[in-house]
Every structure is written in C-alpha cells, then in structure tokens.
Design a protein around this ligand. Structure first.
Ligand code: GLN
Length: 264
C-alpha cells in the first residue's frame, strides 16, 4: 500500500520538443529506480498545456536536448507565469537535471547558429553562443569529474571514490560561465566550450550538463542523488535509499573507461 510519503512527481520539460538526443532515458531511469524502491511515481509533461500551478507540483525536473529551432519554440512558450514558476522551483531547491539544450535556456541567452538571440530564464549565470554552421560541433564521448563542492562531496560519499561521470556530447553551442559553479572538470571531451576545461553548472540542486548518454543510466549514482534530494526536500526528512544491483552499469562504465584510456 502506498501512503502520501511514497509519492514522487517527475516533471519532464517539453517531451515532444526536447527529446532529440535520447535524454528521455533520464526520465525512464529516475522513474524505474524510484519504483524499485517502492515509490509511486508520476511523470508529468511540462509543455504547452501546462499551467504555472502544475509546475509547482513537481518534485524533480528533467529537461533534455533539442535543436535550435525547437529551443526557440520552447522559449516562446516558457515565459510569464510559467517561467516564474520554474525559477521559483529551482531557487527553492527542487532538484533537476538539464541536458544540453535545456541548460542553454536556463542561462542569460543562447545565440543559435542562424537567427536571433534566444533570451533565457537568466537563472544560471552563464551565456551560450553557437559560433556558426561552419564551426566544428563538439561531438564524442565525454568524461568529467564532478567538482561542484556539495554535489561532489555527496557523490564521493555514495561511491567511495572520486565521482567520475561518463556521457556523450553533441552540441554546437559553447557555454561560458559567469559566477555560477561548474558542475565538473573535463577529463576527456569538450565540456562547456572546449577551452576552459569546465563542464556544466551546478546551482542550488539543479544539475546542468552537456552530457547526454543518456546521463543517468550511465551514472546511476546521480539518479539516486536526485531521488534522495527530491524526497528529502518534499518530506523534510533525510531519506536513505535501499541499494540496487548496479553490476551491469558498473561493468559498462569500466569497459568505457578502459576504451577511453581513463585510469580510475
Ligand atoms: N542546439 C544546441 C546546440 O547545438 C543544443 C544541442 C543539444 O541539445 N544536443 O548547441
């Protein structure tokens, strides 16, 4: 039997417009890992039909990658009360994972390869710019260490080792951080811009990253951190999740680290 304390609502930003790069795997992974622990999970699309009040109901927010054109459509819709609701949720500590196109929308602006600058929510202190259609895209496997202080400490504790993340990036835009903390330090790949060694950003409990993969099935400890943080925020009590058998995910990670010449 489920009680009020067993409910988890995952809000999924624009599933029809922002699932170009397989990031729906993050939603599936979160749902499944919470269900395995006995939680009753609802996945709520946050899209054109959603009201600001709906956004306030969610416990975790997931946003995937998109192409420039879809990002424009999303930003036209994600304005006014809805934009404000999303800002308030993130500021209040609702955890979230935002990949590639969606973090570009949480920053100050995104300059697409062609066309007008797209204004972002201005919540995370960074800007993103596409250098143009002739510029090299940042594509390939990416490995980074989570260095964002609080998250890095939590993940190290969960893993008993340095929190190494493996994923796959595919972006034209380059992100330049202002005062916001980077999510990690690039070990292999491009990260935010291929120049300064930073990858992603971490703000309150929001994880912004260029890493697809999808991210969470390849790095299930981040999924558990999100679930744990969401439940602790919701029920205002510390939560410890029962362990799962992640042997296959671990084997896949070891194989990829080996292939990429990363010593763990
Ligand atoms: N449109 C963005 C870019 O090319 C985002 C791509 C993505 O989400 N993978 O930078």
């Amino acid at each position: 039997m489920t009680t009020d304390k067993d409910q988890l609502i995952i809000g999924w930003l624009y599933p029809n417009l922002m699932s170009t790069y397989g990031d729906r795997g993050n939603t599936i992974c979160l749902r499944q890992r919470a269900q395995w622990r006995g939680y009753n999970v609802t996945v709520m699309p946050l899209d054109q039909q959603t009201s600001a009040a709906d956004i306030h109901k969610v416990d975790i927010i997931v946003g995937g990658g998109a192409q420039d054109r879809q990002q424009e459509i999303v930003m036209r819709d994600l304005s006014g009360a809805k934009a404000q609701a999303l800002r308030e949720k993130i500021e209040a500590g609702t955890p979230g994972v935002f990949t590639c196109g969606s973090p570009q929308l949480l920053g100050h602006y995104y300059e697409p390869a062609i066309g007008q600058r797209i204004e972002g929510l201005g919540l995370l202190d960074f800007v993103s710019k596409h250098p143009g259609i002739d510029a090299r895209r940042c594509i390939g496997n990416v490995v980074f260490e989570v260095t964002a202080s609080r998250l890095g400490q939590d993940l190290s504790k969960m893993l008993g080792t340095a929190p190494l993340v493996i994923g796959f990036e595919n972006h034209g835009g380059r992100t330049y951080l202002g005062k916001v903390e980077a999510l990690g330090r690039v070990i292999k790949g491009f990260g935010n811009n291929g120049e300064d060694g930073t990858e992603g950003a971490f703000y309150k409990n929001a994880i912004a990253t260029y890493s697809h993969g999808p991210l969470l099935p390849k790095n299930p400890f981040i999924a558990d951190w999100l679930i744990q943080t969401a439940l602790a925020e919701k029920y205002q009590t510390p939560i410890s999740l029962s362990p799962l058998d992640d042997a296959l995910a671990t084997q896949a990670r070891v194989a990829m680290f080996k292939r990429l010449g990363i010593v763990t």
